[in-house]
Ligand binder design. Sequence first.
Ligand code: CA
Ligand code: CA
Length: 154
Amino acid sequence: MGSDDVEQFVSGVIVAPPLEGAEEEKVTGGGFYRASSTKAATFGFNVQRKTADGPVTGELEYHNFLTDEDIHLSDFTSLTCADTNSDGLKDKCNFSGMGINKTTGMAVTCDVEVHDNNEPGNKPPRDSFSITGAGCAPSSGELDGGNIQIHKSS
Ligand SMILES: [Ca+2]
Ligand SMILES: [Ca+2]
């Protein structure tokens, strides 16, 4: 490739202007908490959106041994993360998704809220996981093991 070709290539690259508020969101997590004194709830998920107005993709597995729910979400409709204590790091994400309760075979729509407070997630102040929705019994707790991580915007 000659230098003229390089110039032509470089000048041909279109740099899109940044969108107002454009950002990538990505949150991942895996762990467990006590749903009761003797029963745990376990979860694992990754949810992300590559551009501000792009689709939300990901997966969530959630097994609550108290309610006997075994939920798999794979069709996400929203993801919002926020910095609630203004320290420059996002620490809370809300996302919603549709899927199935594998125990009952019923379709579910669940709203999940996670807080990323520490690494690992069971070190005070602990991370927390909360779920509710249509077909998802309300349950929440601070992590007894695992971690939730909100990834920095690129
Ligand atoms: Ca924060
Ligand atoms: Ca964390």
